[in-house]
Design a protein around this ligand. Structure first.
Ligand SMILES: Cc1cc2nc3c(=O)[nH]c(=O)nc-3n(C[C@H](O)[C@H](O)[C@H](O)COP(=O)(O)OP(=O)(O)OC[C@H]3O[C@@H](n4cnc5c(N)ncnc54)[C@H](O)[C@@H]3O)c2cc1C
Length: 489
């Protein structure tokens, strides 16, 4: 890693308005980043490595929503829920309560939520410390473009600064979408950033929205012991996912006692004396103790001075970017959820890094979304990478599909795993691996060999010639590859 030869320093004086000039660094460029989530902080690390004077302006806390309200808290909560579901197959594996005592577990919700918040704050502190070690200046405040080469900052302690910049990166993320007739109150009607203030498990949680966020929370709270009603406007849950995977998860949800209301759109959510009621567009009313609204996000792009600076946005308010994260204004880049490219922390981070490599003249490959692996953290998990089966069945891609149920895998049998599958897609003529779906416990880990195969353009024969451990779940990936060789013949 290149040494940062001078630490950029932003003078915070008693002046109401301070203009900050260039700091002298090896790279010589002044980079100002608005937003300290994965898009912003990963970019900051790259820019510092390349010798730039880097300032991150962040109003909520380093790590951004990803660390403080979204990825880290949700996956920490889900970790507890996952342990609770593991006991489902205990009987099959010969585990029974000792004597007459009740050996079942319940989640101590206050402890669970305290752990969630503790972990998120600790992760934020770790990233803050890492940025400072690398010489990045972090300002606690709200930034906006004053011009393409200046960022105006209102600091948390009431000062106004103007930072001169050779490069600006906008990485301001997104926030939960609000349904006007279902305004969150933070007590009974909640968005996902407000969940962790609860000290008791909701008795009956109505989750509005069955996309990834809604499905993950619905599954987790059911696992933790809440009654859950999932309100889904579509035919099935997880409409954006592989249809076999989504069907399987819906069946698992129902088996665990979740009520799934398909083709049901929420019109409004209201507090009642004892809880909350959700009115559906067809007039039905669902009652519960709490309601979680999970209907997607909107970009944080208002009040950023975009139009005045000439930065173009889409109708939805996302910032236009190209594959090297450039906006329509020279020297101004954007990364992450504010661009609407792909709402994943991993993609935000890559967009941010690419922006800095491009802006600071390092070698850079444009963003390639065909290699992004993604995971739905339900139990079991759904991991996907590459093309979808639908692209093959529609004729868009000339490919082959093999699906192997995990129930036939020897390791899965030993572990008591009955649900899940491995699906692999290859190119019909060349046998090159094009994509895959894994539905299994820890699918997020099992998808990696398929991602590696795709990014290295490996054929199914090359994958199947590699040794897998016997017995192992990954053995089914090799077996699916072998079957795809047969499909070619
Ligand atoms: C519940 C949930 C779970 C998720 N789980 C996953 C997951 O498991 N894996 C995954 O890859 N993705 C997950 N995501 C998506 C992921 O959280 C986002 O893609 C990621 O946070 C995007 O990073 P970002 O840097 O663009 O924005 P953010 O993480 O939102 O950070 C942007 C930061 O900018 C700050 N900011 C905004 N405007 C200003 C301003 N004017 N001045 C100063 N600061 C400002 C914000 O306060 C925020 O802190 C999840 C999302 C949700 C909602």
């Amino acid at each position: 890693m290149a040494a940062v030869t001078s630490t950029p320093s932003v003078p915070v004086t008693a002046d109401q308005h301070t203009t900050v000039g260039a700091s002298s660094t090896r790279g010589g460029s002044r980079v100002v980043i608005i937003g300290g989530g994965p898009g912003g902080y990963e970019a900051a690390l790259v820019a510092a490595q390349l010798g730039a004077a880097v300032t991150v302006v962040e109003r909520q806390g380093v790590g951004g929503s990803a660390v403080l309200t979204d990825v880290v808290p949700s996956k920490t909560l889900i970790a507890t829920a996952e342990w609770m579901t593991l006991t489902e197959s205990a009987g099959d594996l010969g585990i029974r309560p000792r004597g007459e005592s009740d050996a079942s577990f319940e989640a101590d919700f206050a402890t669970v939520d305290a752990r969630v918040l503790r972990l998120a704050r600790a992760q934020s502190r770790d990233i803050h410390a890492k940025l400072e070690r690398e010489g990045v200046q972090v300002i606690d405040g709200t930034g906006r473009l004053a011009s393409p080469a200046q960022v105006a900052v209102q600091t948390a302690d009431g000062q106004q600064l103007t930072l001169d910049a050779d490069v600006v990166l906008l990485a301001t993320g997104a926030r939960p979408r609000v349904i006007p007739t279902a305004q969150p109150d933070g007590e009974r009607i909640l968005n996902w950033t407000q969940l962790y203030e609860l000290t008791e498990i909701p008795e009956r949680l109505i989750v509005v929205g069955s996309g990834v966020t809604g499905a993950e929370f619905a599954g987790a709270y059911r696992g933790l012991g809440a009654e859950v009603v999932l309100v889904s406007s579509r035919d099935r849950v997880l409409p954006g996912e592989d249809s076999d995977a989504a069907d399987l998860i819906e069946a698992v949800f129902k088996r665990r006692g979740m009520q799934v209301l398909s083709r049901s759109r929420a019109a409004a959510a209201r507090r009642t004396e004892t809880g909350v009621e959700v009115e559906l567009t067809d007039g039905r009313v669902v009652t519960g103790s709490h309601c979680l609204i999970a209907v997607g996000g909107v970009p944080n792009t208002e009040d950023l001075g975009l139009a005045e600076a000439g930065v173009a946005t889409t109708e939805s308010g996302h910032i236009h970017t190209d594959r090297v994260s450039r906006t329509t204004v020279r020297g101004v880049y954007a990364a992450g959820d504010c661009t609407g490219v792909h709402a994943l922390a991993s993609v935000a981070a890559m967009q941010g890094r690419i922006a800095m490599w491009h802006a600071l003249g390092d070698a850079v490959a444009p963003l390639d979304l065909s290699q992004v692996s993604a995971n739905v953290f339900t139990a079991p998990e759904i991991a996907t990478v590459g093309i979808s089966e639908q692209q093959i069945t529609s004729g868009e891609v000339r490919g082959e599909v093999v699906t192997l149920p995990l129930a036939r895998n020897p390791r899965a049998k030993m572990l008591g795993i009955r649900e899940g599958f491995i699906k692999l897609f290859s190119h019909r003529a060349s046998g090159v691996v094009l994509g895959g779906v894994v539905v299994a416990p820890r699918a997020s880990e099992l998808i990696f060999p398929i991602t590696l195969a795709i990014s290295n353009r490996l054929t199914v024969d090359q994958v199947s010639n590699a040794f897998t451990v016997y017995p192992s779940l990954s053995g089914s990936i090799a077996e699916a590859s072998r079957l795809l060789h047969d499909a070619r013949g």
